[in-house]
Design a protein around this ligand. Structure first.
Ligand code: ATP
Length: 582
């Protein structure tokens, strides 16, 4: 398949400001793609070469990209750097320099998707002392064969600046339309994705075998499962109501979520974002080897820092002190941890994601040998709101963040990849006042004035609308930022600036600068009000009104472990609003 087909599709996708049109262009591209390479086209379109959990990234430094462009265009590196300073976009600069290249290759070949993909893969795998030169020569090789338009997208991809913003749900919609018999069938395809975390594989399967074949994608060890997430409520009464009067409340430990995959003595740990974090926790690996008795397993738990003297639970910030590439062993001794298991998703060949809560809890109990490093998450089963309240107080007193109250009935399955009402969190911050923390995505900004000249003065923030896969503006925030934060945010967002409002952003407010939805910040607000200008939950409470967070303040927590789709949802804001007026 010619790479020019992809480049043309990207250009169209980039030109639209409507999500539905974006999906149409993607559908056209998928229909034009030979089935055997549909996985590659999916990965490339998301700026990747494989699913995230494999940990192989295409990214190279801008300096290397410039060197490769200089080699392929026969132009001086300095000239390219100067142009890049002006354009601010390596894609545009590549377009210019390849259009006016001095040398043209005698043997210019047509660039194919296969060739681009294989070359990117080679680049990603190249390590060692000669890596830099090898990467430059591989990339300049591609650029020699590229048209200016192809060069633009090649360069954006290798420097991780593709910014098409085609998220997982957009791809799933496009797959449902192109191969799954229509958008209504998305949930079936989504399930396959949720248990495999591999969109390329799902695309390949559905393209080759249609909707029926998708069921052959099953839970497998070393293929991480997308995590189940919790909704939130602010009283024990509502929680019990929602869970049909009975729940198993578990401590909500304040650490790092981990998904453990085990086969014999081989163990891999995945983070909440499904990145491989095995190297961070040699101690946990050791404990698992001695304490989990099943041969194969996929389990979930929270790794928590503990006080060396007293064994008390410590907050998340303490655990983060261990986050480092080097000296892991030394820091492991300084900051010891425990693991609290809360889910069994797969044990010795059996898929537990579709089984009931108590079945999962039982198997977890059965495979865990008694020890003091790995324990089951402490739980309490109750039908009584007063008992639930005192268990909450106990959980807080013992250093946890609150409770996750879990459904236990016939349909108490593990909903991979979903934030639903089978798990409900009950935290300290909801408990106190209406002051509540939310995780919001930065979608736009306004320049600072006076003391804030040169940085962003106010950020336009959004919630995630899961049903429509869009980001809806909910507040403008300029409070809570230190000078350092403002510079840090400016630098992070530099790589996500786009020329117009992103197709997945719904906003009637005109920001001075728009961003690809990427960075998530924790924001605390005083209350939620109806708003004529913000689009969060528009029309769901009152006609022509959305919802807004009043008096927002940045808590200084950068939620970099969250994807934009993990941000607080518009539905959650609607719920908080309803509770507030009750
Ligand atoms: P938060 O920002 O509140 O941590 P989140 O968006 O990361 O939330 P939620 O679904 O809202 O995720 O809350 C569930 C999180 O709580 C899990 O991701 C996990 O890290 C943590 N957790 C701690 N203890 C438990 C438990 N017993 N069961 C499930 N999750 C738990």
């Amino acid at each position: 398949m010619n790479y020019s087909i992809i480049a043309d599709a990207y250009e169209k996708i980039e030109s639209t400001s409507k999500r539905l049109e974006m999906i149409d262009f993607l559908v056209d591209l998928l229909r034009e793609t030979p089935k055997e390479i549909i996985d590659k086209v999916i990965y490339l379109t998301q700026g990747k070469i494989c699913p995230d959990f494999v940990g192989l990234e295409v990214g190279i430094a801008e300096k290397l990209a410039i060197k490769s462009l200089s080699k392929a265009s026969g132009r001086d590196q300095k000239q390219i750097e100067n142009d890049l300073k002006k354009s601010g976009d390596i894609g545009k600069t590549a377009f210019e320099f390849i259009s006016e290249r001095i040398q043209t290759s005698f043997f210019k070949r047509t660039l194919t998707v296969e060739k681009v993909f294989e070359t990117f893969k080679k680049m990603a795998k190249t390590v060692g002392s000669k890596a830099i030169n090898v990467k430059i020569s591989l990339l300049s090789g591609l650029l020699l064969d590229a048209s200016p338009k192809e060069a633009k997208y090649l360069m954006r991809t290798v420097t991780q600046n593709l910014r098409l913003g085609i998220a997982d749900m957009t791809v799933l919609d496009a797959l449902a339309i192109s191969y799954g018999g229509g958008k209504n069938n998305r949930p079936k395809i989504e399930r396959a994705y949720n248990i495999s975390s591999d969109l390329g594989k799902v695309a390949q399967k559905i393209a080759e075998t249609g909707l029926e074949g998708i069921n052959t994608i099953q839970v497998e060890v070393f293929k991480p499962i997308r995590p189940m997430l919790a909704e939130r409520l602010s009283s024990t009464e509502e929680i019990l109501d929602k869970l049909n009067g009975l729940c198993s409340a578990e401590y909500k430990y304040d650490g790092e979520r981990v998904q453990i995959h085990k086969k014999g003595q081989q163990i891999t740990l995945y983070s909440r974002r499904l990145e491989n974090i095995t190297n961070q926790y040699p101690d946990i690996i050791k404990f698992i080897k001695t304490s989990i008795v099943s041969n194969t397993a996929i389990l979930e738990g929270e790794i928590v820092a503990i006080n060396r003297q007293t064994g008390a639970l410590l907050p998340f910030q303490e655990l983060m002190r261990r986050r480092r590439k080097y000296n892991v062993t030394r820091f492991m001794e300084l900051y010891p941890v425990s693991l609290f298991l809360f889910e069994a998703l797969y044990v010795d060949g059996e898929d537990f994601t579709t089984k009931k809560y108590f079945d999962r809890r039982k198997v977890l109990e059965n495979i865990l040998k008694k020890n003091d490093k790995i324990k089951l998450a402490k739980n309490f089963v109750t039908t009584n709101k007063k008992e639930l309240e005192s268990f909450f107080e106990e959980a807080i007193a013992n250093g946890s963040e609150g409770l996750i109250c879990k459904a236990t009935g016939n349909y108490s399955i593990y909903q991979a990849g979903a934030r639903g009402w089978l798990w409900i969190k009950y935290k300290k911050d909801y408990h106190s006042e209406m002051i509540d923390t939310t995780d919001l995505v930065i979608i736009g900004a306004f320049y600072g004035r006076g003391k804030r000249a040169g940085v962003y003065g106010t950020l336009l923030l959004a919630t995630y609308n899961k049903e429509c896969d869009t980001f809806e503006s909910v507040t403008k925030c300029g409070t809570g930022f230190t000078d350092e934060d403002l510079i840090k945010i400016l630098n992070i967002l530099k790589n996500h600036i786009i020329t117009k409002k992103h197709p997945r952003v719904i906003s009637t407010i005109d920001a001075e600068i728009w961003f690809e939805p990427k960075l998530v910040l924790e924001i605390i607000g005083a209350e939620i009000t109806l708003s004529p200008i913000h689009t969060c939950g528009f029309g769901s409470i009152r006609k022509n009104r959305g919802l807004a967070i009043r008096f927002p303040r940045f808590t200084r927590k950068y939620r970099t472990e969250k994807n934009p789709e993990d941000a607080t949802t518009s539905m959650e804001i609607i719920e908080i609003y309803r509770n507030q007026i009750k």
